[in-house]
Each structure stands twice: as structure tokens, then as C-alpha cells.
Design a binder for this molecule. Structure first.
Ligand code: NAP
Length: 310
């Protein structure tokens, strides 16, 4: 029987994804048709991104799984009409992109690159930076992305520590969990990278109280979600010098409004949600692998837990 796969993402996405999805489906010898419109009761799988207007999943009575093109699922996980299993995106190319973004921005802080970019003629201060082994990089979030970035930085020689909801043991990373673990990571990190999902528990995690725990002069990199940080508390911490500089890729409102203080703050670098994108070629493989698994009665890869919200 031919499977009907509804592609419900952004307007321009179908043209980019369809050839890769079709190639992966035919390689897997799965008979399937990918469509952008279908009778809901005829749909077997939905490939989804919130850029699509689809919000009511209840008519999709035959649908066996909703496969997100996005790693972050906060805009869909609480949808009460979504009773089908949901998988988030873990795309090896997206992960590589995040490793490159985080490594680049950590090295910017570690090497003090801005000092040299902004140097005036005659600014000859011979002060070589310390080696990476003298610097602690902390990760809030040790999931698919946090772990890959932590591993890359540990290979560069940084001391890497991290924090997650559940206890973990990872090579070359000192792992913490719980409230005490969060305080330890904030107290010890010279550079902090936030790669947590947005959930009710992580919203406003970095507030004035938590900024007070941070090592003075902390540099912050947030490619996770804007809502992890209380904007006003960060600006206060930057103004007070408690946080030296912040590189922010994600915001409560995107695009970041032109008049938002982050655009104008001298200690903030704004990047426009470009840290890591899902890449059609590799994501198509992940999606088709999940379709195969469901067809075989095997559990979904990267299944979202609704109770946890990620
Ligand atoms: P993931 O694999 O689900 O990992 C999430 C990590 O956060 C896990 O280590 C989890 O702990 C931890 N966590 C969740 N809730 C927590 C809590 N209340 N307290 C402590 N730790 C908690 O997610 P991922 O694939 O690494 O992605 C992380 C986030 O990156 C996404 O949700 C998305 O928001 C963001 N993202 C941004 C971009 C971009 O371009 N800027 C691109 C992709 C993704 P456990 O390990 O114990 O479960």
C-alpha cells in the first residue's frame, strides 16, 4: 500500500526537501507519495514545521507519527489536538552547524579576538591569551547539541562542564544536574553556552538570582531559546559587568524588533537565529528512517516526551 506523507512546513521548503525525501524513500524501497495537501483521514505521516498553518491534528486519524523538521518543539508539543507520536529533529548536519557556531564564538571570547579587531594604530599590548586548558566552558543542556559541542571543545583542550535534567556520565565532560549542579556550573564557567529546550522549567532560568551565581566576567552564548534568559536581568548583569559579553542567536520575539535594547547594547552580539539549520539532504534520511521504524513497529528515534516538553 502506498503511504501518504503530508509535507506541512514553510512555503519554500517543499521544493528543497521533496527530491531528498523521494530519493531516501526510493532507496529504502518504500512506496510513498509526498503531498502538500490531502484528505486528513488518508494521511499516514506528517512532516511538520510551525511555519505551516496546520494547527489542528485531530482529523488526521490514520497518522502514525508527526515528524518535526525543527529540533525545538515548544510550538507544537503542548498542542492538545496532537495525540499522534511526535519526533523532534536530530540532524547530523544541523549538529555540525551548531558545533561550528559554538566553537567559533567560544574561540572569539577565549582568544579576545575583538581586542585586535578594534585595535587602533599603536595599540601594541603583548598579552598572549591563556591556553584553552586554563578556561572553563560550561553547557546548560547536554542533549544532542550540547554533547556534540562539549566534545568538540574538550578536544580543543578546554575544561568542559555541563548541566542536564538527568545525571550523565560523558567522556571529558564533568556533568552536573539538579539545583546544586546548576549553581556549580554557573560559578565555575568562564564561558557559558545555553543549549536547553524551551519548557516551563527552563523559561527564565537565567534570571537576576542565577546571574548572581555566575563567575564574574562570564561570557554568555545563547543558541538555545530566547526565553531561557530574562532579558532585563541580562542587561542589568551586562551593565554591572557581572556578565562581560553576550552572543545571542535566539529571542523571545523573532525577528528581534529593531528597537530592542539587545541590538544597541555594546556588550551584546546579535546573530539572527543562524546558529544551526536543518539541512534537507541529511534530515530526509532521518525522517525516512523514522518512517521505516514505525512501519516495522519499532520505537521512534528522537521521540518527544510530552510530560517533559522536549
Ligand atoms: P535535546 O537533545 O532534547 O537536549 C536537551 C538538553 O537539555 C538535555 O540534556 C536535557 O536534559 C536538558 N534539559 C531539558 N530540560 C532541562 C531542565 N529542566 N533542567 C536541566 N536540563 C534540562 O535537545 P538538542 O537537540 O540538544 O537541542 C537543544 C535546543 O537547541 C533545542 O530545543 C532548540 O531550542 C535549540 N536549537 C537552536 C538552534 C539554532 O539555530 N539556534 C538550532 C537547533 C536547536 P536530559 O539530557 O536529562 O534530558
Amino acid at each position: 500500500m502506498t503511504l501518504t506523507i503530508l509535507f506541512a512546513a514553510g512555503d519554500g521548503d517543499f521544493a528543497e526537501y521533496a527530491p531528498h525525501l523521494n530519493a531516501a524513500l526510493s532507496e529504502a524501497q518504500l512506496e510513498a507519495e509526498i503531498v502538500t495537501e490531502a484528505l486528513p483521514a488518508s494521511v499516514d505521516f506528517i512532516i511538520y514545521a510551525p511555519a505551516n498553518p496546520l494547527r489542528d491534528f485531530s482529523p488526521f486519524t490514520r497518522c502514525k507519527a508527526v515528524l518535526s523538521l525543527w529540533a525545538g518543539v515548544e510550538r507544537i508539543v503542548g498542542n492538545p489536538t496532537l495525540t499522534q507520536p511526535l519526533a523532534r529533529m536530530v540532524d547530523p548536519a544541523l549538529t555540525k552547524g551548531m558545533v561550528e557556531y559554538v566553537t567559533g564564538h567560544v574561540l572569539r571570547y577565549h582568544l579576545g579576538i575583538d581586542t585586535h579587531i578594534h585595535a587602533r594604530p599603536g595599540d601594541w599590548v603583548h598579552a598572549p591569551p591563556p591556553l584553552a586548558s586554563a578556561r572553563v566552558v560550561g553547557f546548560l543542556g547536554l542533549g544532542a547539541l550540547g554533547q556534540a559541542c562539549a566534545e568538540a571543545l574538550s578536544y580543543l583542550g578546554f575544561q568542559v562542564i555541563g548541566w542536564s535534567r538527568s545525571p550523565k556520565t560523558l567522556p571529558r565532560v564533568i556533568c552536573h544536574h539538579g539545583d546544586a549542579g546548576l549553581q556549580t556550573v554557573l560559578e565555575q564557567s568562564d564561558i557559558l553556552v545555553t543549549l536547553l529546550p524551551r519548557t516551563p522549567e527552563t523559561e527564565n532560568l537565567l534570571d537576576a538570582h542565577r546571574f548572581a551565581w555566575c563567575r564574574p566576567g562570564l561570557c554568555l552564548i545563547n543558541p538555545g531559546r530566547g526565553a531561557l534568559i530574562e532579558d532585563a536581568a541580562l542587561i542589568e548583569a551586562l551593565d554591572a559587568g557581572a556578565v562581560q559579553h553576550a552572543t545571542l542567536d535566539v529571542f523571545r520575539t523573532e525577528p528581534l524588533p529593531k528597537d530592542h535594547p539587545f541590538w544597541h547594547h555594546p556588550k551584546v552580539t546579535v546573530t539572527p537565529h543562524i546558529a544551526a539549520a536543518t539541512r534537507a539532504e541529511t534530515a530526509a534520511q532521518v525522517i525516512v528512517e523514522n518512517i521505516i521504524r514505525v512501519q516495522r513497529g519499532e520505537p521512534l528515534l528522537h521521540a518527544v516526551c510530552r510530560a517533559r516538553g522536549y
